[in-house]
Design a protein. Structure first.
Length: 454
């Protein structure tokens, strides 16, 4: 890690509470934390070990990915004409063949691509644990440490198989007690509550159609006893709403609230099909929302009521979702897609470029309970920094760099996580991107059954 890093002469978008921006500003990082940020050159008192000329560059906080499934990198391109339930029916049998080696290769490639598209912090929702498969959670945590991104894996679960009225096949679900034991063990082994932690665990039963009410309640009790956050899918499709009304006599949001799953320690993926009452309840309880516009479009799920959620006070972050329902998987691309989706539904004033950047940074930090550590460029916070080139052909002549970032085609130049450089000159520094691609392609062939050595 560089002792002192100075970036100056760039457009600085701090995403602080006031929305402060400095058209020719500076940022100084020392020992992995931001030491100074402001207009003009860096103060003379800082002697840089590393200095970056920010001419033609935009500096933002690193982007925060609030929802994904890293193992799905191996199953891109499957079931491209299906909605959620048909897509899951096609993919569950493939995911039943997961092993630690496959998960590692998938996660490493996926996290590398997230880093190359501006992401410094990523969650993961791993909920498929085939019997006897080995330690899949460890495999992805080690991959995240290899790539160098800040990581919030969730210990997900499914215990409601087809034989009990759920959607997933029985071979990919676990028992109630096994889930709780594994979740507690994951927290004990991996969760780091300290400031600037690189790894934190959350508890994440998958969805109302794949998890029993008893497990949902008990996971919430366990997470709150251990001081970790809760995550699940909610109201992603009309099919889910029909399932919940038929099975529980409640909408997905009502069902979740009945189970004690709305609160400031919870963030929910998708939230597409919400009534105004549900929006108000989510906002009023402080529950966060991981908005995944590209995946929602890919699966034809609909458009989340993002503007209403923001107005209700809900923390809203962005997520790429799993690569099997968003083959592009570009973190910066979600800012553009969020803007377009909101405007499809609500007109040209539904979201601005700065709204989208705030969701992708501070919104994500709030969802993860880390608003005091990351998500904005302020002294004392971790030096998670994305540096974008905005003066090249795609951005030349656009007067506002934030418009290039969200409306246009920005190019990531540098990425720092806790002051450590993960991307330099648009290239990954922590691993060989070509080798990661080759390994993940071989893993994709194995899980598809196309490899003689599977």
């Amino acid at each position: 890690m560089t002792d002192t890093l100075i970036i100056e002469g760039c457009h600085v978008a701090t995403v602080d509470a006031a929305g402060s921006e400095y058209p020719a500003g500076h940022l100084v990082a020392e020992q992995g934390r931001i030491a100074a940020v402001g207009p003009g050159p860096a103060p003379d008192r800082f002697a840089a070990a590393t200095r970056i000329d920010g001419s033609g560059l935009l500096l933002t906080p690193g982007l925060v990915n609030t929802h994904t499934h890293l193992y799905q990198w191996l199953t891109r391109g499957y079931a491209t004409g299906e909605g959620l339930f048909g897509w899951l029916d096609a993919l569950y049998p493939v995911w039943a063949r997961l092993t630690p080696e496959l998960v590692h290769d998938s996660a490493a490639a996926n996290l590398a691509w997230l880093a190359l598209t501006g992401c410094t912090t990523s969650t993961d929702h791993l909920y498929v644990f085939p019997a006897g498969a080995g330690d899949l959670l460890e495999a992805e945590i080690l991959a995240a440490r290899q790539i160098g991104v800040r990581f919030h894996p969730t210990r997900g679960s499914m215990d409601l198989g087809q034989s009990a009225g759920g959607l997933p096949p029985d071979e990919v679900v676990e028992s109630h007690d096994a889930v709780l034991a594994a979740s507690e063990a994951a927290i004990g082994r991996w969760h780091d509550p300290s400031f600037g932690a690189m790894t934190r665990i959350a508890v994440a039963p998958c969805s109302p159609f794949s998890v029993t009410a008893e497990l949902m309640r008990d996971c919430a009790e366990l997470a709150r006893a251990r001081g970790v956050r809760l995550h699940t899918h909610l109201a992603e499709t009309a099919d889910e709403e029909e399932f919940c009304l038929a099975t529980f006599g409640r909408t997905p949001a009502q069902y979740l609230e009945d189970l004690g799953w709305l609160g400031p320690d919870v963030w929910l993926a998708h939230c597409v099909h919400l009534s105004d009452e549900a929006v108000a309840r989510i906002g009023g309880t402080g529950a966060g929302v991981a908005h995944c516009p590209s995946s929602n479009g890919r699966l034809g799920a609909g458009i989340a009521p993002v503007r209403k959620l923001l107005e209700a006070g809900a923390p809203v972050g962005l997520g790429v979702d799993g690569a099997a329902s968003n083959e592009s998987g570009r973190m910066v691309g979600e800012l553009h897609q969020a803007l377009l989706a909101a405007r499809y539904a609500g007109g040209p004033r539904a979201l601005t470029a700065r709204d989208c950047l705030r969701m992708a940074t501070m919104g994500g930090a709030r969802c993860l309970g880390r608003a005091d550590e990351l998500g904005s460029l302020e002294p004392g916070k971790v030096a998670d920094l994305a540096v974008w080139r905005v003066d090249g052909l795609p951005g030349a002549g656009i007067g506002d760099p934030l418009i290039t970032l969200v409306f246009g085609a920005p190019a990531l130049q540098h990425l720092f996580v806790g002051g450590r450089q993960v991307v330099a000159g648009g290239q990954l520094t922590t691993a060989d991107a070509g080798a990661l691609a080759e390994a993940s392609a071989k893993a994709a062939a194995v899980i598809a059954g196309r490899d003689d050595h599977a």
